[in-house]
Ligand binder design. Structure first.
Ligand code: BGC
Length: 571
């Protein structure tokens, strides 16, 4: 395969990287408390190396009351005690480096935990104090300030404001939280806030972290004066309404904050030759590559997640369009492109693609939401998910994987209500079942006595229950089987590594309603979204041979089986 490899010398590693998202709490529990931890990651480093990933991104692993499972950070300069400590962290970075893997962390700039020392200080301080200015404290409306300062709702349900009890015991001001009351929003106009994050970035870079995933950048910064939202009567649920609040979404001012970050990062890198730091921002911008582009201007983030492909239905036109639109806009501006099919906020691909409405336009943007109850055919979903990752893995840019997708895990839809942990479930009164189903602990072995290898023999109940049949997905069961989903991922990442990174994307069969196909250098990738095998035109096949197939054993270059993907290599 090396004959294909013509990477540009000096090219930043992250432009074509495979980054594996570790949801720490559910990855591997080394100390038996039923929650994943850093030692668990160290123990499974050989697995990650064999999979073929370049980097891991750890979901927030800082001290946190875990009201939003780490996305409520109580201290940005330490490690969550149930996960380990700074020494464990340093050992983990060293272990990763020893396996050729870089480490990225997850920074949450929009809000902290209500247990953060600054928020506690703000509660103890009077109205108008510098401590309160780090957040959005406002007087309420109404004769006695009994009404919230404006009509905003929170993204996870309920109002976006909570009233505080002042130190003298009286009801007082309100504070803003666009997610949950346990996540007060930072006021980024306050210099302390900006300075805090400058220091945080350097603190973790000094410990060997090579980059950051940056959480929820779309809601950082608010319209000055915090005016009422004009309510769209067709907005749908309260959470969808919050998603449409122009006063909290995509405020231009926030880009100044990101420019400041980039200056800090570039200065750090200039002082540390050999480092190649990266940031990837998280914002949902379906169908709006123009918005996405704003985050990856050369003086802001190095990359931004692109979720359009993940949100597309199983239909050729929308799949092609979702790739082409983002690719054209971003590469046209010289920006790096990312692809992802799963994450800790989205129903797993196996379930999305197996759902009866996956081939309908109606699932266009809703397939990551969790209250759709169309029946699911998991075998079909797995077949399509494997086809889709084979399709995505050949695209130019970097690929972000989410733990467990390489095992073909489905969403667990029937987590009992009393075991659900996602605040989205509680805050919407169960109307939205939330994201627990994609956060179930990983099965490492088929030994039920150890929660399928997630925990050691003597262990507490895992924080979310693993389904009784999950032994069949275990990494140990799949590891020796090249035909397993894990085998496919390893094979795929190996072939991806051999692609010519400089080869652009060129569409072929661009009008087809059945096939989505592109060429990159000497490789042609063809995805068949139909329920029947498709014959390829002879000129497309040429003298190509099948080097990747999501349907095991398929080696005929002239056909693509139903719901599958092949890679043809020109000979
Ligand atoms: C993260 C979520 C989190 C939210 C609030 C998101 O974008 O991915 O998991 O709940 O930000 O921090």
């Amino acid at each position: 395969m090396s004959e294909l490899h013509t990477a540009t010398p000096g090219r930043a590693w992250w432009r074509d990287a495979v980054v594996y998202q570790v949801y720490v709490r559910s990855f591997a529990d080394a100390n038996g408390d039923g929650r994943g931890d850093l030692q668990g990651i160290i123990d499974h480093m050989p697995y990650l190396q064999q999979l073929g990933v370049d980097a891991i991104w750890l979901c927030p692993c800082f001290p946190s009351p875990q009201m939003d499972h780490g996305y409520d950070v109580a201290d940005y300069f330490d490690i969550e005690p149930t996960y380990g400590n700074l020494d464990t962290f340093d050992r983990m970075v060293a272990a990763a480096s020893g396996h050729g893997i870089k480490v990225m962390l997850d920074v949450v700039p929009n809000h902290c935990s209500s247990q953060h020392a600054w928020f506690q200080a703000a509660l103890a301080a009077p109205k108008g104090s510098p401590e309160r200015d780090r957040f959005y404290f406002r007087d309420g409306k109404g004769e006695h300030g009994e009404l919230p300062p404006n009509n905003w709702t929170a993204i996870f349900g309920g109002p976006a404001w909570t009233r505080v009890t002042e130190p003298d015991g009286t009801l007082g001001q309100w504070y803003l939280h666009v997610f949950t009351p346990w996540q007060p929003d930072f006021n980024w106009e306050n210099e302390d806030v900006a300075d805090h994050f400058d220091r945080m970035l350097a603190f973790w870079f000094d410990r060997g972290v090579e980059g950051f995933r940056v959480d929820a950048v779309g809601v950082v910064g608010k319209t000055e004066g915090l005016p009422d939202q004009v309510i769209d009567p067709n907005a749908g649920t309260a959470t969808e309404q919050a998603g449409k609040n122009e006063h909290i979404q995509f405020k231009p001012r926030a880009h100044d904050y990101w420019r400041r970050w980039r200056r800090v990062i570039d200065a750090y890198q200039a002082e540390h030759p050999g480092r190649d730091l990266v940031t990837v921002s998280e914002a949902y911008t379906p169908g709006r590559p123009d918005l996405l582009l704003k985050f990856v201007e050369p003086d802001q983030f190095h990359q931004s997640f692109n979720f359009d492909l993940m949100l597309a239905p199983w239909i050729a036109g929308p799949i092609r369009h979702s790739v082409a639109e983002v690719y054209d806009v971003l590469t046209g501006a010289g920006a790096s492109v990312t692809w992802t099919l799963n994450n800790h906020d989205t129903q797993r691909a196996v379930t999305r693609y197996g759902r009866a409405n996956a081939t309908e336009m109606v699932s266009w943007t809703k397939n990551n939401l969790v209250y759709v109850d169309a029946p699911v055919d998991e075998a079909l979903g797995l077949r399509r998910a494997e086809a889709m990752v084979a399709f995505a893995a050949g695209l130019p840019g970097s690929l972000y994987l989410y733990q467990g997708e390489e095992l073909g895990l489905p969403e667990v839809l029937d987590v009992p209500a009393d075991r659900r942990e996602d605040p989205l479930f509680a805050r919407t009164g169960g109307k939205e079942i939330g994201r627990d189903g994609c956060r179930i602990p990983l099965p490492w072995t088929d030994d039920a006595a150890t929660a399928f290898g997630f925990s050691p023999a003597d262990h507490a109940e895992p924080w979310l229950p693993l389904p009784a049949e999950w032994g069949r997905y275990a990494a140990s069961v799949q590891a020796g089987d090249d035909d397993s989903t894990l085998g496919l991922y390893r094979h795929l990442l190996e072939h991806r590594r051999a692609l010519d990174v400089d080869a652009p994307l060129a569409w072929v069969l661009a009008d087809s309603d059945e096939l989505v196909a592109y060429r990159r250098g000497k490789v042609t990738v063809v995805l068949n979204v139909t329920d029947h095998a498709m014959t390829l035109p002879a000129d497309l096949v040429g003298n190509g041979t099948v080097i990747v197939t999501s349907v095991r054993g398929h080696d005929d270059p002239t056909t693509v089986p139903s719901d599958s993907c092949i890679w043809l290599l020109d000979r």
